[in-house]
Design a binder for this molecule. Structure first.
Ligand code: ARG
Length: 441
């Protein structure tokens, strides 16, 4: 272990067993935060130079050395591992190893408490931007296929019982609108947490005239977390909202995956899942299983579990408590796994092959009963009377065609008037060229 940042002449010897317990997986999780921590450290160094705590040469040397660390980390030449207590210690150890005494100047005016908080907010802005981009791609595929396949009949179900003729256009459009909502939520959440805690130090501010605004602006934040105590108390709260945005998407994905899982069964036989997303059975030579669809369905459970784990850490008084470190494992696990799964969805959806003959053939004549009742309403009957009459004439619906049923549904959003253009407009207002909340660090 490199020297602990908090080692003093008077420190008692450490018990490595205790230290290992305190560190947990922190240093490994910090691999996801290190690039953001480095960027924030560079902005902090520039800020210190602006107020004369560093001279220009010292700041320039630090910034160049941190660039080298970022490159070495990215290329795998620098490994963040148990030699360090955490990513923050690794950064300072790298600087003092290369620049000697100058390296030890980086920590003026900051604490690991605001350092981790700023790295986490930058990480979340980046991951929410990724989430938004993936939601936009999913919505785009759904809208394109809704357009192309809008008139293809599909039996519509409620209670898993056949209900009315529906269409692929309506099914695709429904999933498109869900992911447009999820994109909007990712953006709103990112805006909501777009505030810099850096320069609040351990939660009380410091007696240096830090240029907090300048540093926040350089890091691309919209505003400051003003109050140092709140900068710490918001830890965990911010993460929960980000998980909410992620879980809106994985929750919708669960439904979509459920649909596909049913539709791909031999009993339905409506769709073929592309072979690249399936695996075989170790014993049954005949099988090709839709494993990807199933693990996309269960993805949500991991996010929900992470949310519960994270929230239960937050029963804390004001200020920094080491418990907060335990919010990192669920948060990072959820985002890394969640985004890896969601990222597969556009290609999966693009490759689906519908068995349109089978879909159409499974629409039983009596699914037209609601149309019949509404036709009688059009002729002046009360709906309740028309309902009873249609129920007594279920055997007279055999000549009806699903295409005619779909074509007559003209109110906004219904099968003959899907209003895909409205959805496209909303999608494009949410994705200005493309949505780039945070350039990659
Ligand atoms: N690993 C710590 C965390 O995630 C970093 C902050 C440590 N601060 C401290 N005062 N020990 O919370």
């Amino acid at each position: 272990m490199s020297d602990y940042l908090w080692k003093k002449q008077t420190s008692a010897p450490v018990d490595e067993r205790v230290m290992r317990f305190l560190a947990g997986d922190d240093v490994v999780l910090d691999r996801h935060l290190l690039a953001f921590d480095i960027r924030a450290s560079q902005a902090h160094a520039r800020g210190l130079a602006r107020i004369g705590v560093l001279n220009d040469d010292q700041a320039a040397a630090m910034i160049a050395s941190l660039d080298e660390l970022a490159a070495a980390f990215e290329q795998g030449e620098f490994v963040l591992d148990q030699r360090y207590e955490d990513g923050h210690s690794a950064i300072e150890s790298w600087l003092t190893g290369r620049l000697g005494e100058i390296g030890g100047r980086i920590h003026a005016g900051r604490s690991r408490n605001d350092q981790v908080a700023v790295a986490l907010r930058l990480y979340l802005k980046d991951r929410l931007a990724q989430l938004g981009r993936i939601c936009a791609q999913i919505a785009q595929v759904c809208l394109d296929r809704a357009e192309r396949e809008q008139a293809v009949p599909l039996p519509g179900h409620t209670h898993l019982q056949q209900a009315m003729p529906s269409s692929l256009g309506l099914w695709w459009g429904g999933h498109a609108e869900a992911f447009i909502d999820n994109l909007a939520l990712a953006r709103q959440t990112s805006d909501w947490l777009d505030a810099s805690p850096l320069g609040t130090a351990s939660g009380f501010g410091v007696n240096l005239a830090l240029d907090r605004d300048g540093v926040a602006e350089e890091l691309g934040f919209a505003r400051l977390v003003v109050n140092p105590q709140y900068a710490q108390n918001a830890r965990g709260k911010v993460e929960l909202r980000a998980l909410d945005a992620l879980s809106a998407a994985t929750g919708d994905l669960r439904r979509l995956a459920w649909d596909l899982s049913l539709f791909a069964s031999q009993e339905f036989g409506f769709v073929r899942i592309p072979a690249a997303f399936c695996t075989g059975s170790s014993i049954m030579p005949n099988k090709l299983n839709p494993d990807t669809v199933e693990l996309l369905r269960s993805l949500h459970s991991g996010i929900v579990g992470a949310r519960v784990e994270l929230e239960s850490v937050l029963s804390l008084p004001s200020g920094y408590q080491r418990d907060l470190q335990d919010t990192k494992p669920p948060l990072i696990r959820a985002f890394e796994r969640g985004l890896a799964g969601l990222d597969l969805v556009p290609d999966l959806l693009s490759g689906l092959e519908w068995q349109t003959g089978r879909m159409r053939a499974s629409i039983a004549p009596e699914l037209h009963a609601t149309d019949r009742a509404n036709e009688l309403v059009g002729e002046g009957q009360s709906f309740r009377e028309a309902y009873r009459q249609a129920a007594s004439e279920l055997d007279q619906l055999s000549q009806r065609q699903p295409e005619d049923s779909l074509a007559a549904r003209i109110s906004p959003g219904a099968c003959a008037n899907l209003e895909l253009q409205r959805l496209r407009c909303r999608l494009s207002t949410l994705t200005p060229d493309p949505w780039s909340l945070t350039p990659d660090p």
